[in-house]
Design a protein around this ligand. Structure first.
Ligand SMILES: [Zn+2]
Length: 283
C-alpha cells in the first residue's frame, strides 16, 4: 500500500520536505515538549481498528492467550505480534525520527532504532483510565484511531529524569489534551502523563514507544544533570541564584570590611593628631 493510503497529504509533504520549517508548519505545541498534528487518513483508522478487532476475535476463538500491551493496560493488542513489526519500524525511521531529530535531539531523537507498538482500548468493558506514569521510550507517538467517545483526555505533568520522577508538578507544567481521531501527539517518554476516564463510547489509540540504543548507552555515562528534566533545570537555576547571592555577599562583606578598615584608620589618625597636639601643648 502507498503511504498516501495511510497518511494525510499535509503530513506526508511536511516529512518528505524534511526541513525544520516544513515539520514545524504542521505542528502545534500547546505546552513545551508536546507536539500535536493531523496524521492518519480516516479510512486507514477504520481499517486498523477492524484489523485489531479481527485479531482479538481470532485470538479468542483459538483460545490463545493474548500478550497485553504493557503492565498497565488490560485491553488492547501488541501490533508487532500480528505482522506489523517491520512496517512500523520503517514508519518510525522514515517519519518519526526526522520529526524527533528536530524536537528531541537531547534524548536521541534522530537515532531512534527500536520500538514497541500497541493499541489500547478504553470504555465500558475495557480499561477505563490510565494512571500517572512515564513510558519506557525516548519518544512516544500516540495516535487516536476513534471511535466515538467522550472524556479520555491525556494529562501531562512535566518532564522528569529517574531521580525526579516523583517530584512536584509546577503550575506551568499542567496540560490536558483532548484526543481527536486521526490526530497524533508526540512527547518524550519521560514526560509524565496519564489518561482521564473515557466516560462514554469506545476510544482506541495506537501507541508507538520509540527507543534509541545510542541514547540509552550514552546515558549510562552521564554524571551531571539532565538538560531535559524540568526538576534538574529548576535545581540548576536555583544553584545559579544561590551562587549569585553568595558572590554578592562576599562583595558586600569585602566592601564592608574596607569601610571598617577606613574608619579605623581615620580614628587612628585622629587620635594620633590629638596626641600630637596634646604633647605639643604640654611641652
Ligand atoms: Zn532530573
Amino acid at each position: 500500500m502507498h503511504p498516501s493510503a495511510f497518511f494525510l497529504p499535509t503530513f506526508l509533504e511536511a516529512v518528505r520536505t524534511n526541513t525544520e520549517e516544513s515539520i514545524a508548519s504542521i505542528m502545534t505545541e500547546p505546552i513545551p515538549g508536546v507536539f500535536s498534528f493531523a496524521m492518519l487518513q480516516p479510512n486507514f483508522c477504520d481499517m486498523l481498528l477492524e484489523e485489531v478487532e479481527n485479531f482479538e476475535k481470532w485470538v479468542h476463538a483459538m483460545k490463545f492467550k493474548i500478550m497485553r500491551p504493557n503492565t498497565m493496560n488490560k485491553y488492547g493488542a501488541v501490533l508487532d505480534d500480528f505482522g506489523l513489526e517491520a512496517m512500523l519500524n520503517q514508519f518510525m525511521e522514515e517519519f518519526i525520527a526526522p520529526i524527533s531529530k528536530v524536537f528531541y535531539p537531547e534524548v536521541g531523537g534522530g537515532t531512534l532504532d527500536s520500538h514497541h507498538a500497541f493499541v489500547v482500548e478504553y470504555g465500558k468493558d475495557r480499561d477505563v483510565e490510565l494512571g500517572f506514569h512515564v513510558d519506557d521510550s525516548e519518544v512516544t507517538l500516540n495516535v487516536c484511531l476513534g471511535k466515538q467517545f467522550s472524556g479520555g483526555e491525556l494529562y501531562f505533568r512535566g518532564i522528569r529524569c529517574e531521580n525526579h520522577v516523583n517530584s512536584e508538578t509546577q503550575h506551568e507544567e499542567m496540560y490536558d489534551y483532548s484526543h481527536v481521531p486521526g490526530r497524533a501527539v508526540l512527547h518524550r517518554g519521560r514526560h509524565r502523563h496519564g489518561a482521564r476516564p473515557t466516560s462514554s463510547g469506545l476510544r482506541m489509540n495506537l501507541l508507538l514507544w520509540c527507543r534509541s540504543s545510542v541514547f540509552r548507552e550514552m546515558k549510562k555515562y552521564q554524571m551531571d544533570f539532565s538538560s531535559w528534566c524540568g526538576e534538574c533545570q529548576r535545581e540548576k537555576t536555583e544553584r545559579q541564584i544561590q551562587c549569585v547571592k553568595a558572590t554578592k555577599l562576599v562583595n558586600y562583606s569585602l566592601e564592608h570590611s574596607y569601610a571598617v578598615h577606613l574608619a579605623a584608620n581615620i580614628l587612628l589618625l585622629a587620635s594620633n593628631t590629638f596626641l600630637l597636639y596634646f604633647r605639643t601643648g604640654i611641652s
